[in-house]
Design a protein around this ligand. Sequence first.
Ligand code: MG
Length: 367
Amino acid sequence: MKIIKVDTYLLKLPLTRPVVAAISTGKRGKPCEQIMMPVIHIETDEGFTGLGYAWTIGTGATAMLAALKDDFTPMLIDEDPLDHERLWQKMYWNTQGVGRHGVMIQAASAVDLALWDLKGKATNLPIYKLLGGAQESTIVYGSDGGWLNMEVDEIIEAAENYMDDGMRGIKLKVGHDDPTIDLERVSQIREGLGDEMWIAVDANQKWDFATALEMGRCFEALDCAWFEEPMICEDIEGHGRLAAQLDIPIALGETLGSKYEIHSFLRANAVDVVQPDITRVGGITEFLKIISMCDAANRIVEPHLMMETSVHLACGVAGVSGLEYMPWLTMAFDTPPELVEGRMVPPERPGLGFEIADGIVDKYRVA
Ligand code: MG
């Protein structure tokens, strides 16, 4: 089989609600309201096709599209799409000088998803079955209901809706300039929800070491499930010190761009809950290696966002404990995975199990 054609474009989709997190806001500090989605379609001489995509809020989307079009498309034409390992090596080593993490790896991740989608279709299997069929569904927790720009009442209401959908955990953003506001909010939400839901907190890299240590002790006292991205992701040693001094598990990984970066945190005992993003670490091919590393290091893996594809990892191989329910891209797909009693069920169609829905390209394409 040979790749004969590659199509790429960029979608700009509205978010499910405007969002503010500790270090990520839109233009002039306003809430982010859109998500950018670079898309790739691969066609073969045998009629099989593959769909892949990446995402970004705010910046970098046109650069990703250019990488897909100008750098990766010529590397793919005439290649056998089933050789995902060889093609990953080709993409990585040909762009390493300008890549390693960020835009190039995210574009390569989109290609990798398309190759796996195609492989599933060529073998007539959903990807989670192709990977090993570890389970038929996976737990999810609510993650789109705890933003800094939401009032406590709104967050409790969102959490109750998640509870009605069968979820038993939520994630709250923390990281106000005045951290006492965070403690007040988390206490109120903890009180409002009672013991029926667990609560994780996410500072999106806001604090220095001293503040993170102090806040971590407070979150422990509030019985939070984990403390996510307490400090800047470059500070591996600092996260190691923090993890040694706190009992609450340290979660991170969404801002790391490869298995190498995640390995550095594992070696430094600087992370307990590992949260790679499938479109930031190199797609399924590289994520599988990260799962093995974490398995050997006895760490939990909780994929960051991208539940529609990560569901295949969570159900395909052992060692992935749950998904983050964030339906940012769901509207783009014709048959996205379903949520049944708090668990996500992968589609039974071959490959990823969905295509871009009718009308989406006409309405949301910007490049
Ligand atoms: Mg996070």
